[in-house]
Write a protein that binds this ligand. Structure first.
Ligand code: TYC
Length: 101
């Protein structure tokens, strides 16, 4: 049998539906000490000291900073853990989550 002369121009591909990712956003406040924010970012989001410091300073200067992007459950759990760490020391440290566009 001879090969067909024309190959399909588009490869067939199964589209996998992936759940939308959610951003965890750090919000600035006037009370939480900078070093404490850095320690929470390192503990909950496994950031290096330099990364955590850069994220903390961006939130401090611009009022908010995206920390990381996760599946919704993980984003919400990490935001809650980070807020609870602040609360446990009497700080109003706050994180929020929102779906990525
Ligand atoms: N603004 C705080 C201060 O000057 C530090 C801080 C930075 C707090 C970032 C929260 O998300 C934050 N002590």
């Amino acid at each position: 049998m001879s090969q067909p002369l024309v190959r399909p121009r588009v490869a067939l591909r199964t589209k996998t539906q992936r759940p939308p990712l959610h951003k965890v956003i750090l919000l600035n406040d006037d009370f939480t000490p900078r070093d404490f924010v850095v320690s929470v970012l390192k503990a909950v989001f496994r950031m290096s000291d330099d990364q955590a410091h850069a994220v903390m300073m961006t939130a401090h200067r611009k009022d908010a900073c995206v920390v990381a992007v996760f599946a919704r459950d993980i984003a919400e759990t990490k935001a809650t853990q980070a807020i609870e760490l602040g609360k446990s020391q009497g700080y109003p440290l706050f994180f929020t989550t929102e779906p990525e566009e």
